[in-house]
Ligand binder design. Sequence first.
Ligand SMILES: [Zn+2]
Length: 250
Amino acid sequence: MSHTIEKCNAFALRITNYSNTSQIVHFFSNEFGHINVIAKGSRSAKSKYQGMLQPLSNYEIVIYKKDSTLSLLKEISIIEDNFDLFNNLEKTAVAQGAAELYLQLMFEENDYAKFYRLLDQYFSYLQKVDKNFIIIFWRFLLRVTTLLGFSLKFDKCVFCQTTTPEKIYGILFKQNGLVCIDCVRKKKMTESFKCSRETIKILLSLKNISDKINDIKMSQLVVKEINTIFKTYLSYHLNRRIHLKSLEIL
Ligand SMILES: [Zn+2]
């Protein structure tokens, strides 16, 4: 069996126990994208990895990389443990939501480094705000859609360019943006997603929201509606059902 020794930076997206003492880690790396690695004996008291492998932490890893089967973890050191992502339930949920999403995405080789950087920036940003972590998650999702090539824009009606919140009707998934009441009627758009007033207001301000993120108040209904919009949008463009179970506790 052929293998190469490789070194890369990687986030642990999912860790599962394997046999009595080992673990299988699904990493997302800057060099190879998704990699599944077995950490032999990592749960035994004598292991040099003991307690080191934690979900959402960022590592430098050295692996015996195998293409047809699990790679083997050879060395590991922590770049950033990201433990602060676990000190608030909402923050944890949206951080895990990002890992959950990455696990469902296929990435182009050219994009590995970009998606690695995006996750890194997202996790750091989450540690800088005190609340409304979900808004940071939505902005992260917007950047994901941009990198995947179907950038979703919430700034104006895609047809007549109106930005008046009262005139916006909802979202057109196919056109990747908002549509107003007049255009929906005129163009007989049927594949549209009608949004509540409050949702429209939040979506229109999503881009310029950073400085006042701690002051925003949203109802649970709006949070659920916007989560559904993103899930449906991603599923529509990726041609399969995208799950974000981590968010269900919100
Ligand atoms: Zn319009």
